[in-house]
Design a protein around this ligand. Structure first.
Ligand SMILES: Nc1nc2c(ncn2[C@@H]2O[C@H](COP(=O)(O)OP(=O)(O)OP(=O)(O)O)[C@@H](O)[C@H]2O)c(=O)[nH]1
Ligand SMILES: [Mg+2]
Length: 321
């Protein structure tokens, strides 16, 4: 793509909407690079978003997220859906390569025009997925993806974040990963809309399912609340995947009928606005002549010349000037 074509935002958006993979790739690169063009990109994309169903897939390293994603893509393609896949690595500062999905590449779908696969780092100036992922989702959504699968490894806060980004969050577990009892600790019991025990061909899968079922049973759920199902799969062989797709569809119907879809999406938009606003604030407080306003105020607080409340007021006042 010529330099000029790379900068031509309306042209790029038009080509991305027509399903041109290179234009989609370029737009996502602009997101990753936090390009100054992003503002224009997001404005051009906005009228074309809101159609894609976003499915988060999370779980410990090696449980089979990429294998399951690959198998899910096959199922979804069989029903004629256009699919986007984002593999987000919240910890890596690198981008563009195969990060997650290293062990299993999704080569089955490499030549399919209606599947768009991308690995992405989340440098996260605000940490984790907050900044880049929602914008990459917008690109794929506007590019006409019916479903977007977001694979992210469940470490630290990231599984909680993915729950904020997705319409449906699928938590994967597998036997032999110490997942059974760990699940409670990792906080995954609150975030799953569906639970999948993968590697059902291995010993211990049934035990993981039983443990999970008894832990989920302890959660109090109000009348009419969604009750997360537990499914068993052998992702390598595609076994159990049609049932997973059916459960995703059931969850989608519940999201629509309960009004939860609208609530989740508006919460997501709120988080996104907040992330952008906070980033803008932070950049205003950034270093000016080697020392930031914030540093000056911190020094004053430490020295007892002012207190943190007054300092915060002073910081905010720099915006209304
Ligand atoms: N026995 C068995 N092995 C599986 C199954 N699904 C995946 N695997 C294997 O488990 C390993 C890890 O699979 P991945 O799909 O790469 O797992 P992942 O969760 O994406 O891994 P990371 O991205 O590194 O966190 C691979 O060697 C897979 O072939 C399954 O159903 N049964
Ligand atoms: Mg993977």
């Amino acid at each position: 793509m010529s330099r000029r074509a790379e900068q031509d935002v309306p042209g790029l958006v038009e080509r991305a909407r027509a399903g041109e993979a290179r234009a989609v790739a370029r737009l996502i690169s602009l997101v990753e690079d936090e390009s100054p063009l992003l503002r224009e990109v997001m404005a051009a994309l906005a009228p074309h978003t809101g159609n894609a169903q976003v499915i988060g897939i999370t779980g410990s390293p090696g449980v089979g997220k990429s294998t399951s994603t690959n198998a899910l893509v096959s199922e979804l393609r069989a029903s004629g859906k256009r699919v986007g896949v984002l593999a987000v690595d919240p910890s890596s500062p690198f981008s563009g390569g195969a990060l997650l999905g290293d062990r299993v590449r999704m080569q089955d779908h490499a030549l399919d025009r209606d599947v768009y696969i991308r690995s992405m780092a989340s440098r996260g100036h605000l940490g984790g997925l907050a900044w880049t992922t929602p914008q990459a989702l917008r690109v794929l959504d506007a590019a006409g993806c019916d479903v977007i699968l977001v694979e992210t490894v469940g470490v630290g806060q990231s599984e909680v974040e993915i729950a904020g980004l997705a319409d449906t969050t699928m938590v994967l577990l597998a036997p032999g990963m110490g997942d059974g009892i760990q699940a409670a600790k990792a906080g995954i019991l609150e975030i799953g809309d569906l639970y999948v025990v993968n590697k059902a061909d291995r010993d211990g899968a049934e035990q993981v399912r039983r443990d999970l079922r008894s832990m989920l049973a302890l959660a109090e759920r109000p009348e009419g609340a969604w009750r997360p199902p537990i499914l068993m799969t052998v992702a390598q062989k595609g076994e159990g995947l049609p049932e997973v797709v059916a459960a995703i569809d059931d969850h989608r119907s519940w999201l629509d009928s309960s009004g939860e879809l609208a609530r989740r999406r508006s919460r997501r938009a709120r988080d996104e606005i907040e992330a952008i606003a906070v980033t803008a604030l932070r950049s205003r407080w950034g270093d000016v002549h080697g020392r930031s306003e914030l540093d000056e105020l911190a020094t004053a607080v430490v020295a007892g010349r002012t207190d943190p409340y007054a300092a915060a007021d002073e910081l905010l006042a720099t915006f209304t000037d």
